[in-house]
Design a protein around this ligand. Structure first.
Ligand code: BTN
Length: 251
């Protein structure tokens, strides 16, 4: 490992836990963990997803991890920058095995029209900066079948017909996320913004959304500094919305 690598400098593996994000959050209340520490579990009994959903994962088959970072150089108002670099890192990891990888706003990772990975970032804001951040990542690696009603789950196995060594995958993922985190540290905002838009599913493409209980046809123009989605309807009106206000009617 590169001497300067931050992400994955320290690794803790646990067999089974309710949620790696919850585990790290509780650990942080008792002691400071070194920046870049990864806690990864083979099994989660109450894996947390976005919007209060749960995260399904068959025991021992997938990557389930939380990374601790202290990005106090990021203003609270710009915290979506962190979502961008983490999504780009996870997308690049998947892309190294399979093409057609996209980020579905805000930070779901898709292969074609199926979701392969999810990200749940929990930031602790102090004053106007991020004091600490728990970056939770779930990547479907070797699972063959999915039972929950999650929309269109898929694994790396499903799309490549190969099984992978989870430890090797984790090591590789850490080096890629480290690279993207360093772009953030080095304030390479233009590179990050452009890369995010290039990878964004349905960027600049018309498709259907449910907004204010109506189906609208719109294209994605971009994402605001605060991480809100900016879309333009076919009638040329611009809408800025958060995750609770809009439903994608495509996958
Ligand atoms: C989503 O809804 O797409 C986000 C899913 C995030 C799941 C990961 S698995 C490891 C970490 N621990 C959790 O409880 N959730 C995240």
């Amino acid at each position: 490992m590169d001497k300067e690598q931050i992400i994955g400098r320290y690794n803790t593996q646990i067999e089974s836990v309710d949620s790696t994000n919850k585990y790290v959050s509780e650990a942080l209340q008792k002691q400071e963990l070194s920046e870049g520490t990864i806690v990864w579990a083979l099994n989660q009994t109450q894996g947390k997803g976005q919007k209060g959903n749960s995260w399904e994962s068959e025991s021992g088959k997938n990557l389930l991890l939380s990374i601790v970072i202290y990005p106090d150089f990021i203003k609270a108002a710009s915290q979506f920058m962190l979502n961008k670099v983490i999504s780009l890192g996870v997308a690049e990891f998947i892309q190294s095995y399979k093409d057609d990888v996209k980020i579905k706003w805000p930070n779901d990772i898709y292969v074609g029209d199926k979701k392969i990975a999810g990200i749940l970032i929990e930031n602790r804001i102090l004053g106007d900066v991020i004091q600490s951040s728990i970056v939770g990542i779930g990547i479907n690696i070797n699972q063959k079948e999915f039972k929950s009603d999650a929309p269109n789950p898929v694994s790396l196995y499903n799309v490549t017909n190969k099984e992978y060594d989870l430890k090797e995958c984790l090591k590789f993922l850490a080096t890629i996320i480290d690279k993207w985190y360093k772009y953030l540290i080095n304030e390479e905002f233009e590179l990050i913004d452009t890369s995010y838009l290039t990878k964004l599913k349905n960027y600049n493409n018309f498709s259907n959304y449910l907004y204010e209980e109506k189906v609208i046809e719109a294209k994605i123009l971009g994402v605001s500094e605060y991480g809100k989605l900016i879309i333009e309807t076919i009638y040329a009106s611009t809408i800025e919305c958060d995750l609770k206000e809009i439903t994608f009617l495509f996958d």
